[in-house]
Design a protein around this ligand. Structure first.
Ligand SMILES: C[S@@+](CC[C@H](N)C(=O)[O-])C[C@H]1O[C@@H](n2cnc3c(N)ncnc32)[C@H](O)[C@@H]1O
Length: 282
């Protein structure tokens, strides 16, 4: 079977417009490169030979659209990815979160949960977890299902252990999970402090005031306008002097919001809000 893989950017734009109108999911601000890769993936995986067939199925088979929805975004994640980032978080942010009686954290684009559990483990080890609520959100219901389950192949736990040791050389990562038959189940008690919920950064609004917003490796898929919109959403959620953590390949440098934040640890992309929202001028 021949796959019509080089997709015309105009056709793709037309398709995402139609998806927005028909299904209410807005991918219009995703970069053309990201859209190209995701729709190509869907065509290969479902054996769809032409763009016309893809379009037809997406627009006329609601079940098919919901089946592929989970594949229209990249969900790659890893526990303690970028150990330097987590070390900076432990050293620079957690002590300041400890000054709040009940810190709230928004973990946006949490995918299958690896990062959320990494954070919960570090909060537990800093004796902060018992008073903290983590709102862990994502657009992708399949990934969120995996996050809620908190069960990962032990092969991935090996890499996580190496990363963890770079953050806490004397720590005991193994006490936070139970391994059996090639799978590791993350300690269920960590979940008591995490609220998992579907949330679309493109269309949904802020739901809580938070002291830390963590959103790593998500903005990278968005164009400039959507990135600005999402950063504004985070800014609205963050309290005065709240912290924002984004991915290593992301930055506030060219954002309108840049001047309203100070770099706490520049190379780890951790920022702190300088002034309260009401004082800001865009
Ligand atoms: C590459 S993963 C990053 C996961 C995790 N933050 C990490 O760095 O390991 C990107 C995540 O962003 C989510 N995402 C993409 N678009 C989104 C949107 N509009 N609203 C909420 N989440 C979105 C995807 O579903 C995916 O789970």
């Amino acid at each position: 079977m021949r796959f019509d893989l080089a997709l015309d950017p105009k056709d793709l734009q037309g398709l995402v417009d139609s998806i927005h109108q028909l299904h209410g999911y807005d991918f219009r601000g995703y970069t053309p490169h990201s859209l190209q890769r995701r729709f190509q993936f869907v065509m290969r995986r479902w054996g769809i030979p032409t763009f016309a067939t893809l379009r037809d199925r997406i627009l006329h088979e609601t079940g098919f659209f919901h089946e592929i929805l989970g594949h229209l975004t990249v969900t790659t994640s890893e526990m303690f990815r970028d150990p330097d980032f987590y070390r900076a978080l432990v050293q620079e942010v957690l002590p300041r979160l400890a000054t709040y009686p009940s810190p709230k954290i928004w973990h946006a684009g949490c995918s299958s949960g690896e990062e959320v559990y990494s954070l919960a483990i570090l909060l537990r080890e800093a004796n902060l977890l018992q008073n903290t609520i983590i709102y862990a959100t994502d657009i992708n219901p399949t990934a969120l299902g995996k996050a809620r389950a908190g069960v990962y192949p032990t092969a991935t736990i090996q890499k996580a252990t190496e990363n963890y040791r770079l953050i806490h050389p004397d720590g005991d990562f193994a006490r936070h999970y139970v391994a059996n038959y090639g799978m590791a189940a993350i300690d269920r008690r960590l979940r008591d402090h995490i609220v998992f919920a579907e949330h679309n950064l493109v269309t949904d609004s802020v739901f809580s005031e938070t002291q830390l917003v963590l959103c790593r490796n998500v903005l990278i898929y968005f164009d400039v306008a959507l990135r600005e919109r999402v950063l504004k959403l985070f800014d609205e959620s963050l309290c005065h002097r709240g912290f924002l953590a984004i991915g290593m390949k992301e930055s506030l440098q060219f954002s309108l919001l840049g001047p309203a934040y100070v770099e706490v640890v520049a190379q780890s992309r951790i920022y702190q809000k300088r002034i309260s929202c009401s004082q800001q001028k865009y």
